[in-house]
Structure formats: C-alpha cells, structure tokens
Design a protein around this ligand. Structure first.
Ligand code: DX5
Ligand code: ZN
Length: 217
C-alpha cells in the first residue's frame, strides 16, 4: 500500500485557512490531520468546533481528527457531525477504551488510538484487533514544530510485529517531527500514514514538500 500523507492544519495560517485547505485539496496528500487540544490533557489549546466546521466546508479529503482531550467519549457524536472520518482518542485519556472504540465505529467512523511517547505498545495487545489505526506520537503531544523522538523507529517495528502476529488490519500513523529526513526509515519500520505539520506549512513550497513525502519510497 502506498504511504498516506496527512498534513496537519495546526501549522497552517489560520488567517488563510481556506487557502491552506486548498493546498491540501490540490496536493497528493491523502487526509487532513486535525489536532484538537483542550489545555488539560495537553498543555496547549488549539481550536475547537467552529474552526473544524470551517475546515469541513473547504476540505475535499477525509478528516483525520486527533483528540488530545480528556473524556473524549463526551464528544464522539459531535466530531462525527463535524465530518470526522477517522477519530483518534488517546489511550491515556480513556478509562473504557474498548467501549470508546465501539462507539466511534457505531457512527461509521474509523477508530484510532494514539499513544504518547512513554506509553508501551504492549498495552494495545488486547485491543489491536478492534482498532483501525494506531497513532504513535513521535513528540510529546501539545505543540507543532518539535523534534522527532528516535525511539519511535523501534516502537513502529514493535507495533508492526504485533499487527502481523494478530492478523490485524490496523494502520500505523506517525505524528510529530516528521520530515523527508526520517520518512523513509519510518516507512521501512512499518509506518502507513505520515502526519506532517511544520515540514509542510512552514516551508516555501508546501505542495512540493507533500509530493516529496508521498514519493519517498
Ligand atoms: C502534536 C500534534 C501533531 C502536530 C505535528 O501534538 O498532534 O499532529 O501538529 O506537527 P509537526 O509536524 O510540526 O511536528
Ligand atoms: Zn496530531
């Protein structure tokens, strides 16, 4: 399967959101990655429902919504209404992960589970069969523009092995500090989806950066 590219709008210019949505629409990227932060689960607040509604008006590709919020179960229905096709909750934020995954799927969305850099792959053993996507955080969640944590390579391999052993069809997404410097190695380790914020939107030529990431292997 070709690697999927999901530019993160967190690094977009919010004064020109329509323009930046169109960059993704007109690029070889596959999904829009949308980072929702509540200032409690992570030490930053990004944006909420009204901004996502504006994005929904302009985006012509699937919305991959990454919830960095406590009690994400309170908002599953809302994010469905706002057009999320993939809805990712953090394992660390869910007391009843199994129930939350089932509820996401009951709305017809793909269910994603994100792991912080310190969270072990082992904890996914009993739910991997039910999950559509695991998002491995390769930075501590909360901010764009941070440096990639190298232990993610080993974690990606370990997750890839678990998926193979259990015959799961779950995708591996890598989120944080992804650039054309680490993309090839991530893909070799088993990554299926690469999220990239700053690397794309803080560059002179976002379309070119997306194209390069898409064609890396
Ligand atoms: C971090 C977010 C990431 C972020 C990636 O908390 O989950 O999606 O936007 O940004 P870069 O690519 O700049 O690290
Ligand atoms: Zn994210």
């Amino acid at each position: 399967m070709p690697t999927l590219i999901a530019p993160s709008l967190l690094a977009a210019d919010f004064g020109n959101l329509e323009r930046d949505c169109n960059i993704v629409n007109n690029s070889t990227a596959d999904w829009f990655h949308i980072d929702i932060m509540d200032g409690v689960f992570v030490p930053n607040i990004s944006f909420g429902m009204p901004v996502l509604a504006a994005i929904q008006q302009h985006a012509k590709k699937p919305l991959d919504v990454h919830l960095m919020i406590v009690e994400p179960d309170r908002y599953i229905k809302t994010f469905h209404k706002l057009g999320a096709e993939i809805l990712t909750v953090h394992l660390e934020a869910c007391k009843h992960l199994h129930r939350n995954i089932q509820e996401i799927k009951s709305f017809g969305m793909k269910a994603g589970v994100a792991l912080n850099p310190h969270t072990s792959i082992e904890l996914l053993k009993d739910s991997i069969q039910d999950i559509d996507l695991v998002c491995l955080m390769s930075v501590n969640p909360g901010f764009g523009g941070q440096s990639f944590i190298k232990n993610t390579f080993a974690k990606t391999k370990e997750l890839s092995q678990l998926i193979e052993e259990t015959n799961s069809s779950c995708l591996i997404e890598i989120d944080g500090g992804v650039t054309n410097q680490n993309a090839a190695q991530l893909i070799k380790c088993g990554a299926d989806v690469l999220v990239a914020g700053s690397h794309v939107f803080k560059s002179e030529n976002p379309l070119e950066k997306i194209k390069t990431l898409k064609n890396i292997i």
